[in-house]
Design a binder for this molecule. Structure first.
Ligand code: PHB
Length: 395
């Protein structure tokens, strides 16, 4: 027995991108059903980045998802760039009149899931056997088995792949109809959470001869930190003492000390840049990590996904009203402009701040020159501030 549900938009993936899309569509009177492989609990327990651009904050607040982001988040008006034995503040507010908000992705997810529940949204967590069919027809389908073992089929006008970096929707696009762009990096991040007070009022992006480190935060009593490591690193080899030694020696090189506490979480994050073009195929459209991933330096992944969704909601509304997939092409073109600018920014921050394993002495000194130039030039700092706080508008 298969239960068939007719909807306008079937969304595969109930992370922030899929849920925000469903929320914005509902506000425009467009019906959607969201299916997600993971349980709500599993997503809530996955640690992700913590910085929201100004526009991301405004989008969540203005569309009625969250006022908690302003209450519980922390406004950051700059970052510290630490290198060469010292530290230099990039003053976002002074340079470009914008700021970021420290507010973890897991909280964004909770706010969105609550908002969908509050508004009677149809979100199915913990499903299995998801399959997309009939993409060449006017009525594509998403099959799945729900958490209770019942089989379902969604019949929709459009299918959205919001299913993350291991997207199954992305793979539905025939090879001849897509281009894929990859870049692997020869390092990863070792990420920790520690029960300690903040070590600094703003984020520290720290370049040192032993490698990059990032000092970030979550709350007054929980801190997030990362250090550059080998992609094959095993967290089991790292005691608390060894982690603190590595972190303190890296930031100590530039004059910082860290407030230490018990380490409650440790993981290795891979570094990858990826784009699939175009971001649509027939009645299937991709959004967020399903279409692209960026390395985490600069915290763009979630922000880029939310920017995609803002544009996609507009274009899908048109597509549904006309019964025509043409606006999906417009979405892809509009979104890709921002995607490639963000790819460049994330790549640039990554290569400027990390220690590259095959660097020659020339490369190392050149990199220090680049950082010094950035810190001492208003034009250079402004470029970073503008990109970090986010280019305004749905572009
Ligand atoms: C984080 O807090 O997790 C974070 C902040 C800034 C980044 C990356 C990650 O560039």
């Amino acid at each position: 027995m298969t239960t068939t549900t007719r909807t306008q938009v079937a969304v595969v993936g109930g992370g922030p991108a899929g849920l925000l899309l469903s929320h914005l569509l509902a506000r425009a009177g467009v019906a959607s059903v969201v299916v997600e492989l993971r349980s709500r609990r599993e997503i809530e327990e996955t640690h992700r980045a913590g910085i929201l651009e100004q526009d991301s904050v405004d989008l969540l607040v203005d569309t009625g998802v969250s006022d908690r982001v302003l209450r519980d988040g922390y406004r950051h008006e700059g970052i510290e760039l630490a290198f060469g034995g010292g530290s230099h503040r990039v003053d976002f507010t002074g340079l470009v009149g914008a700021a970021t908000q420290l507010y973890p992705q897991t909280d964004v997810f909770v706010d969105l899931a609550d908002a969908r529940e509050r508004d009677g949204g149809d979100v199915r967590f913990g499903v299995t056997d998801v399959a997309v069919e009939g993409l060449g027809t006017d009525a594509p389908r998403v099959r799945f088995t729900d958490a209770a073992g019942e089989e379902h089929e969604l019949v929709a006008d459009f299918v959205v792949g919001a299913d993350g970096s291991r997207s199954l929707c992305r793979a539905q696009v025939p090879q001849a109809a897509r281009r894929q762009y990859f870049r692997e990096y020869p390092f990863a991040w070792f990420g920790i959470l520690t029960e300690a007070p903040p070590s600094a009022p703003e984020l520290i992006y720290n370049h040192s001869p032993r490698g990059f480190a990032l000092i970030s935060s979550r709350t007054e009593s929980l801190q997030r930190m990362y250090f550059q490591c080998d992609p094959g690193e095993d967290v089991a080899d790292w005691s608390d003492d060894r982690i603190w030694e590595e972190l303190t020696s890296r930031v100590g090189a530039n004059g910082y000390t860290l407030r230490q506490g018990p380490i409650t979480s440790r993981s290795v994050l891979p570094f990858r840049s990826f784009v699939q073009e175009p971001m649509h195929h027939g009645r299937l459209v991709l959004v967020g990590d399903a279409a692209h991933t960026v390395p985490p330096t600069g915290a763009k992944g979630l922000n880029l996904a939310l920017a995609d969704v803002r544009v996609l909601a507009e274009e899908l509304e048109r597509a549904v009203a006309k019964g025509d997939p043409a606006p999906l092409e417009t979405y892809s073109e509009r979104a890709l402009g921002r995607v490639w600018r963000t790819q460049h920014f994330s790549y640039w921050m990554t290569t400027m701040l990390h220690t590259l394993p095959d660097a020659t002495p020339f490369d190392v000194r050149r990199q220090e020159g680049e950082l010094a130039l950035l810190a001492s030039s208003v034009a250079g700092s402004t470029y970073l501030a503008e990109a970090y706080t986010g280019w305004p508008g749905a572009r």
